[in-house]
Design a protein around this ligand. Sequence first.
Ligand code: GTP
Length: 333
Amino acid sequence: MSGHRKHDTSRPVSAGQSTGAFITEVPEGYRAGFASFVGRPNAGKSTLTNALVGRKVAITSNKPQTTRHTIRGIVHRPDAQLVLVDTPGLHRPRTLLGQRLNDLVEQTLAEVDAIGFCLPANEKIGPGDRYIAQQLSGLGRKPVVAVVTKADLVSKDALGEQLLAVARLGEEILGDGGWAAVVPVSATGDYQIEAVSDVLVAQLPLSPPLYPDGELTDEPEIKMVSELIREAALEGVRDELPHSLAVVVEEMIPREGRPEDNPLLDVHVNLFVERSSQKAIIIGKGGARLREVGSRARKSIEGLLGTKIYLDLHVKVAKEWQRDPKQLGRLGF
Ligand SMILES: Nc1nc2c(ncn2[C@@H]2O[C@H](COP(=O)(O)OP(=O)(O)OP(=O)(O)O)[C@@H](O)[C@H]2O)c(=O)[nH]1
């Protein structure tokens, strides 16, 4: 979030004012600012972020809580620029890592201009959603848009009922008119994505763009690389692994002596797990699985960076790292 704060405090105060070389003129009424999606694990936040931005920036997975880092995408519109800050699931903390993730989410939410609260259309509103709604009501008068995700998974009638139930939840917990809006969406079915963008943009302040046109994310490449490796390593493995895996990109350096038109990047990466049994899962028989992970990750990283890479993966055991403050610090949490 340091990048976020940096940009936020330097935010220009009035539309049309130049903040740097990239701004020429913006139409009257142009808005720009930050928004963040919250919601239970698996609620569809990352998928919606990607659909809005139109490119893969946050990892998605059908396993809960895989988005550890705050990753943003930038939606460029003729009338606005919407900077999306993706957060991990807000939930009742069980471990030190869980507590830190919640702290990170709350810190993020205090700084954004608008919040999109994602509630899946195909799941009953539960204690997890109420917990989040209560946390949001504690943030003061920050506008919260309720986004009913995965609308493609239910019938029209069921969707209507869920929209009503969500509206009632807002009135009950926030009082005073409840949510700023309630919008159904299907990120995978390309339904109402523009509408979500519209209602969030309506909450942003009048401001010139905060980023150059065409920029999709300002996340350091290294973080995106580590997310791609994490995604490859988690594909097809058991449910307990997502919480136990941390990926640290130790270095990315151009190989010396390569021709200019055919460079090669050496990428050295450590994958940390909590137990040696998990190390065995990642590596697979005779290292077969790790080779597959490496080859999948290499392809997506080469696609991202537009250059050939040599990917060197090492799997290490860091016992109980989720509960150990020193290890958490070392792994970048
Ligand atoms: N059918 C359908 N599935 C969706 C939709 N949006 C997301 N999903 C699926 O729901 C699962 C979870 O989506 P994510 O975007 O990873 O959810 P998240 O809220 O970011 O999850 P965490 O990172 O665990 O907090 C994935 O399997 C997605 O493919 C949608 O609009 N329709």
